[in-house]
Design a protein around this ligand. Structure first.
Ligand code: PLP
Length: 287
């Protein structure tokens, strides 16, 4: 059996799955999304991603198309039909299909839902993490509501492509004060020269990463010190370690920024330990 997608109430072969050309997600990026990491076929950090989904929808005044309970059933069924154990589960909800007009359509227009699921090679990802990855920096040029997880990702797309072309896995956005905001698809962290774990505070214009939040709880149990305080790219280069977090990257050590080594250039031991602890926690709490 091949891959299957859920589109507006139906499970269809992935290759044939499609939305209408007047779907507002397609036309106007008038849509939100969520991504869950799957561990042994179960959703990691399920609650955090649901809560953020509901918040993103509420901020954009898109109604939740079905109850959380019903949505959970459909999400799980998508995972089951795709027979994915280790992977990623993607959900997109748009404001629906309506004749193109910037203003909202009438309340009779139902939101559109798309769900896809894919397998991830976690041992390859682990090997990559143990080798360390590179990031580049790019000027922050996104809109002022990066706390909403919308599909309007063009600056992120361009930043990620620039990273790819320079042999890096991620691009860190840097604001006009020279402070790192976050990655194109991850949150940015350092273990600074004083041994304090630091990541940008959520009053800044960043996505409130669910992995970031859970990792804070994990860190609290280790006795390590953590502060929600911004850092510059220069500080990151002089830090002991740097890493990124996200449903895709989990916790991934960063060993180079713009071609220069972070600290002594070695893969961060603390970052790798936090990666193991995070995965342990996510597996134990996955539903
Ligand atoms: N920041 C951005 C811009 C992202 O796109 C993502 C994830 O896709 C994250 C941060 C990390 O968020 P999470 O840990 O909830 O996956």
């Amino acid at each position: 059996m091949g891959r299957v997608a859920y589109v507006n109430g139906r499970f269809v072969p992935h290759a044939e799955a499609a939305v209408h050309i007047e779907d507002r997600g397609y036309q106007l990026a008038d849509a939100v999304y969520e991504v869950w990491a799957l561990f042994d076929g179960k959703m990691g950090d399920a609650e955090g991603h649901f809560a953020r989904l509901e918040r993103s929808l509420a901020e954009l005044r898109i109604p939740m198309p079905m109850s959380r309970r019903a949505l959970t059933i459909v999400l799980r069924e998508t995972v089951r039909r795709n027979r994915v154990r280790e992977g990623l589960l993607y959900l997109q909800i748009s404001r629906g299909v309506a004749p193109r007009d910037h203003a909202f359509p009438g309340a009779e227009t139902p939101p559109s839902i798309v769900i896809t699921c894919k397998a991830v090679d976690r041992s390859a990802a682990q090997a990559k993490a143990e080798k360390g990855c590179a990031v580049i920096t790019v000027p922050e040029n996104r809109w002022g509501r990066c706390d909403i997880k919308t599909v309007g990702l063009l600056p992120n797309v361009l930043a990620k492509q620039a990273a790819r072309e320079r042999g890096a896995v991620e691009a860190w956005f840097v604001d006009e004060l020279g402070l790192v905001t976050e990655g194109a698809s991850s949150n940015a962290w350092i273990l600074d020269s004083d041994g304090v774990l630091r990541t940008r505070d959520t009053n800044a214009n960043i996505l409130r990463g669910v992995t970031r939040r859970t990792l804070m709880d994990v860190i609290a149990e280790t006795g390590l010190k953590v502060e929600e305080r911004p850092f510059t790219a220069e500080e990151a280069l002089h830090a002991r370690e740097a890493f990124i977090t996200g449903a895709g990257s989990l916790v991934t050590p960063i060993t180079a920024i713009d071609g220069k080594p972070v600290g002594d250039g070695a893969v961060g031991e603390v970052a790798l330990r936090l990666r193991s602890l995070y995965i342990e926690r996510a597996k134990a709490t996955a539903v």
